[in-house]
Design a protein around this ligand. Structure first.
Ligand code: R5P
Length: 247
């Protein structure tokens, strides 16, 4: 599509890719691996993209893979607004990161939820086995508390279901999951619907087909946020300002 637009003399081409493909392959985890996230940026550029717009990149450094402007949008205003409406007692909320890599994002969540305390799950992966994570224990106060468990994506559901399991074992009162990208591959639906979370909240940065929807799943639309960002770009306004209210 980018190539077609370029050859049809488009003045500029902006790629709106709410989910950035291969985002987790942003480094070599061991020798002789590709850095596919970089390759995707090169493909976009070579095809003729002038600008990219994405939501919740797996790591912010991916912005630098694309040689041009990249608008990095955040789903947190959409997700947090909804979560606030679901939590009965805000004083009893703990924000939980499913691994140490997402603690900074969890801090942002904690601020938006009125200074909630933080916890994180100690997760390990075997680099030789793709898509398999082991959640070991949780660091932080979660006993008797309503836990908001956040992540950028749910792929096979192993990370998030493992984290719910650990939180429940350690006495969490309830767990609400909030994640941006519903990849939902392989056993994800089975894991999520049976993990004991009271609600799974995602956005539609990826489509969720009917056969992957389950009872306690909520899919929020990311479209208004993306639309606002597109308008800012084409009116030469500010994408950054969209998020200033939620800083
Ligand atoms: C990991 O770094 C990501 O943020 C997600 O936690 C992970 O990729 C989710 O994958 P899965 O659902 O297969 O555990």
């Amino acid at each position: 599509m980018i190539d077609a637009l370029k050859r049809a003399s488009a003045r500029s081409v902006t790629v709106v890719s709410p989910f950035y493909p291969y985002a987790r392959q942003d480094k070599k985890h061991r020798g002789r691996e590709p850095i596919s996230a970089r390759l995707i940026a090169d493909l976009y550029k070579t095809a003729g993209a002038d600008r990219l717009m994405c939501v919740d990149l797996h790591t912010s450094q991916i912005q630098g893979f694309f040689d041009g402007p990249l608008d990095h949008l955040f789903a947190i205003p959409v997700l947090a607004e909804y979560i606030k409406s679901r939590v009965e007692n805000p004083e009893n909320v703990t924000v939980v990161s499913p691994d140490t890599g997402r603690v900074r994002v969890a801090e942002h969540w904690a601020t938006l939820l009125g200074g909630a305390p933080l916890a994180f799950v100690h997760k390990t992966r075997d680099i030789n086995v793709p898509n398999q994570a082991v959640s070991k224990t949780v660091v932080g106060e979660i006993e008797g508390r309503s836990c908001v468990l956040i992540d950028d994506m749910i792929d096979t559901g192993g990370t998030i279901a493992g984290a719910v399991n650990v939180l429940k074992e350690k006495g969490a009162k309830e767990v609400i999951i909030a994640a941006t990208h519903p990849v939902f591959s392989g056993p994800a639906v089975e894991r999520l619907s049976g993990c004991g979370a009271s609600e799974v909240v995602v956005t539609n940065t990826l489509p969720v087909p009917d056969d992957k929807r389950f009872e306690n799943l909520t899919v929020l639309s990311i479209a208004p946020l993306v639309a606002r960002a597109i308008r800012e770009v084409f009116d030469e306004g500010s994408v950054t300002n969209i998020f200033n209210d939620h800083a």
